[in-house]
Unconditional design. Structure first.
Length: 111
């Protein structure tokens, strides 16, 4: 039976709920503190190694535990902007409920 690695990047706000739902379903996971490259804000990455046949269940647990939100970002002011009339105004971005990669696991060992 094939094994998959599900990598799910979720918002910090959703991570306790997802962790709890995974445990309840008997799905093993590792949580990593991560940082979004664009927002430079904290998010959480879950590494979930699971049998191939449980992947749909895992994806549905993620889908029901996480939701997308609008986040306001204030862009950094350009250099020297303090002398001129640069007004950095906040822009809103939609941050997804979860960004998911499903990878084939070539080999799994535990010692
Ligand atoms: P961030 O990189 O902080 O991105 C947060 C949100 O900002 C993104 O939400 C997207 O709506 C927007 N965004 C990101 N890059 C952008 C760009 N170049 N131009 C305009 N808007 C941009 P999501 O797409 O839902 O991504 C949420 C988080 O998932 C990301 O946080 C990042 O940590 C991760 N992620 C998304 N796509 C990824 C990928 N292809 N590889 C690795 N990590 C990814």
């Amino acid at each position: 039976m094939g094994m998959k690695m599900v990598i799910a990047i979720v918002q910090d706000k959703d991570s306790p709920k997802l962790a709890q739902n995974l445990i309840q379903a008997g799905v093993r996971a590792t949580k990593l503190a991560s940082t979004g490259g664009f927002l430079h804000a904290g998010n959480t990455t879950f590494l979930i190694g699971t049998d191939e046949e449980r992947v749909p269940e895992v994806l549905s647990l993620i889908r029901t535990s996480c939701r997308s939100r609008e986040q306001v970002v204030t862009p950094m002011s350009p250099m020297g902007s303090q002398v001129e009339s640069y007004v950095p105004y906040p822009v809103s971005v939609q941050v997804g409920g979860a960004t998911i990669f499903v990878l084939d696991v070539e080999r799994f060992e535990q010692y």
